[in-house]
Design a protein around this ligand. Structure first.
Ligand SMILES: Nc1ncnc2c1ncn2[C@@H]1O[C@H](COP(=O)(O)OP(=O)(O)OP(=O)(O)O)[C@@H](O)[C@H]1O
Length: 407
């Protein structure tokens, strides 16, 4: 039984229905071929339900369910190998699931792999006609769209060159231009935006905003800013299974980052003269080893150091957000306590912290005050969590007091 069905719409707005979707793979090619032959002889169909996993098999995607309406964008996130691309390939009909079903309604455009859907030996222009024809457009309809596709892709002078000679960015430009201009009902985008340059990404987001009211979008990315920019629901996959599903995109993104937050500190440079003993955020509750700081709190940080350095080294603390963007720096503590000749405590005070909600990491560096030469640099010495009732993507949430003026 084919599980990819093109149906007449019953509820006009529901464009994608996915239920109980599962796909298994075998880790070993020889065994996989052997199972294939055995299944053929045993008369198994690939879709037979409740089949146990055999030796060396694993679920790449297991029991995925969701419904997507016109105007909605679902983000599929998860670590490498979580099953995102496999799920997209099933949705696009490139591979068959072992269990479950997919119903897609209307025209489906997919940007799945770089250059996927393009014939490499054909020119860009010929590929545009090919893709359009596959989506059911007549030659004259494609001709009407051609100019917009060329304008969007900015590839006019390369349009008659075989696609195999295109750069990665050029392939993505052409692919996105075709997919977006063909007025799809369902648009599937897999990570490809990462390849385009900034100007192209901005154009893509503009187009996505324009077509979203008429389209259901399935979007895979490792870029959480991109995910939070366009998705209104998220599935977080972990080893093929749904770890989180829902409209609370901030929560899904927090869970995604939590997987990567167990990084140990690492020494980047060390001249052997100074040792960072401990970094502490004082008087804050600890949850899962993370100091919990409320937005707007005052924070006191103590940095314990052992140093053989002759002069007092210059301290430099940098705070990084979960995307590893540096968001703040604390330069040289005013308040240094000498315990004995080589044991020091540097005390930093932050008045009313205005970092937005989320997980932060602290890197520490010491420099020679005379010539600014590095003494020691250690990354991820301490992580902490800023709490706030609302998620904001920019790293700073400033307390702008409102003033009303009577007119
Ligand atoms: N054809 C295949 N044969 C065997 N295993 C496969 C095949 N395709 C994918 N896999 C396995 O399925 C799992 C999921 O892979 P998939 O490409 O879907 O992950 P992903 O979430 O898209 O990862 P990434 O973020 O790295 O792109 C991986 O363990 C991968 O090795």
């Amino acid at each position: 039984m084919s599980v990819i069905e093109k149906n007449n719409p019953t509820d006009e707005d529901v464009l994608v229905e996915v239920s109980g979707l599962s796909k298994k793979f075998c880790k070993d090619l020889k065994t996989s071929l052997w199972y294939g032959i055995m299944d053929l002889f045993a008369g198994y169909s690939g879709n037979k339900k409740n089949r146990e996993l055999r030796s060396k098999e694993f679920w790449a995607v297991k029991d995925i369910n969701f419904t997507l309406r016109r105007g909605e964008c679902i983000g599929l996130i998860g670590h490498n190998g979580a099953g995102k691309s496999t799920l997209l390939k099933i949705l696009n009909g490139l591979i068959n699931p072992d269990e479950g079903r997919v119903i897609m309604r209307g025209k489906v455009s997919a940007l799945i792999e770089l250059g996927a859907g393009f014939n490499p030996i054909l020119t860009g222009r010929e590929n545009i006609y090919n893709n359009g024809a596959v989506l059911g457009f007549s030659r004259s309809e494609i001709e009407r769209k051609l100019q917009k596709i060329i304008e969007f892709s900015e590839l006019e002078e390369f349009l008659d060159m075989p696609v195999q000679n295109y750069s990665s960015g050029m392939k993505v430009r052409l692919g996105f231009a075709v997919a977006a201009q063909m007025e799809p009902d369902v648009l599937i985008i897999d990570e490809v935006l990462a390849v385009g340059d900034l100007g192209f990404k901005l154009k893509c987001f503009k187009i996505i905003d324009e077509i979203l009211p008429k389209t259901a979008i399935i979007f895979v990315s490792h870029s959480m800013p991109h995910i939070s920019r366009i998705c209104n629901q998220i599935i977080l996959l972990d080893r093929g299974k749904t770890k989180f599903q829902g409209e609370d995109t901030a929560k899904a993104i927090d869970l995604y980052y939590a997987k990567f937050s167990e990084n140990d500190s690492n020494v980047i440079f060390d001249d052997g003269s100074t040792e960072i003993k401990k970094l502490q955020i004082l008087d804050k509750p600890i949850l899962d080893n993370l100091p919990q700081v409320n937005w707007g709190d005052n924070i006191d940080i103590s940095l314990y150091v052992n140093t053989k350095f002759k002069t007092l080294p210059k301290a430099y603390i940098t705070i990084f957000d979960k995307e590893q963007r540096p968001v703040a720096a604390l330069v040289q503590s005013e308040n240094i306590i000498e315990i004995n000749s080589n044991e020091l405590i540097f005390k930093f005070h932050i008045e009313k912290i205005q970092l937005s909600k989320g997980l932060y990491n602290i890197n520490v560096a010491f420099f020679n005050p005379l010539n600014n030469a590095p003494i020691i640099r250690v990354n991820s010495v301490l992580a902490f969590q800023v709490l706030y009732f609302q998620d904001t993507w920019p790293p700073m949430l400033l307390d702008a007091e409102m003033a009303f003026e009577e007119v």
